[in-house]
Design a binder for this molecule. Structure first.
Ligand code: ITT
Length: 199
């Protein structure tokens, strides 16, 4: 049976396929790009969970198939949790990873190492065409570097150094990142829920 991955972010799709397949989910995973006529939903929620549910419901309703969605972002302690749900458009243009990262580094240029704590957060939502919904969350805590390092991953990966590691997320292998990441934790927690509701 098909399970829709309700995201158009290529970095997320790659990670979700690996995480969900690695957790033994038997479903045929289909990206939202397979449904180009379904308009992007407005992310009007004020939390990661609300926005993940909005995205999952929109695809489930439009396709008549179960859908999972991810809403995620980087929360910086000294900025009161910003960029948070605005992570994808922090510098103004949605999905411009490099501009977002450069702006954030500029905003933190005066902040010393002791005050650069941050975490990635991910809400993983499942929605069924009948309106049934579930959502779970995961986190990865770390420290923000002063300059980007590494070519792996996407988004803010080159500047977040996970607690307990000397590398940035962009210097981890894909499997290493998925093992500890906010997305890995959230979607591995969602797998038993998918099994329970979809069989
Ligand atoms: P969809 O809504 O289509 O899923 P999006 O990129 O718009 O794609 P979000 O609104 O959830 O998704 O924004 C997430 C942003 O947070 C993303 O653009 C990155 O800048 C950042 N982000 C999320 N997870 C990340 C990760 O694992 N590593 C680095 N940055 C991440």
């Amino acid at each position: 049976t098909r399970l829709i991955l309700a995201t158009r972010n290529a970095g997320k799709i790659t990670e979700l396929r690996s995480i969900l397949t690695g957790a033994g989910l038997p479903h045929d995973l289909v990206g939202a790009d397979a449904y180009p006529d379904v308009a992007d939903v407005k992310e009007t929620g004020v939390t990661f969970a609300e926005n993940a549910l909005l995205k999952a419901h929109a695809l489930a309703r439009a396709t008549g198939l179960p859908a999972v969605a991810d809403d995620s972002g980087l929360c910086v302690d000294v900025l009161g949790g910003a960029p948070g749900i605005f992570s994808a458009r922090w510098a103004g243009r949605h999905g411009d990873d490099r501009a977002n990262l450069d702006l954030l580094l500029a905003q933190l240029s005066d902040i010393d190492d002791a005050h650069r704590a941050a975490h990635f957060a991910c809400a993983a939502a499942l929605a069924l065409p009948d309106g049934t919904e579930r959502v779970v969350e995961g986190r990865l805590t770390g420290t923000l570097r002063h300059a980007p390092s590494g070519n792996g991953g996407f988004g803010y990966d080159p500047i977040l150094q996970p607690d307990g590691d000397t590398r940035t997320c962009a210097e981890l292998t894909p499997d290493e990142k998925n093992a500890i990441s906010h997305r890995g934790k959230a979607f591995r927690a969602l797998v038993p829920v998918v099994r329970e509701l979809l069989g």
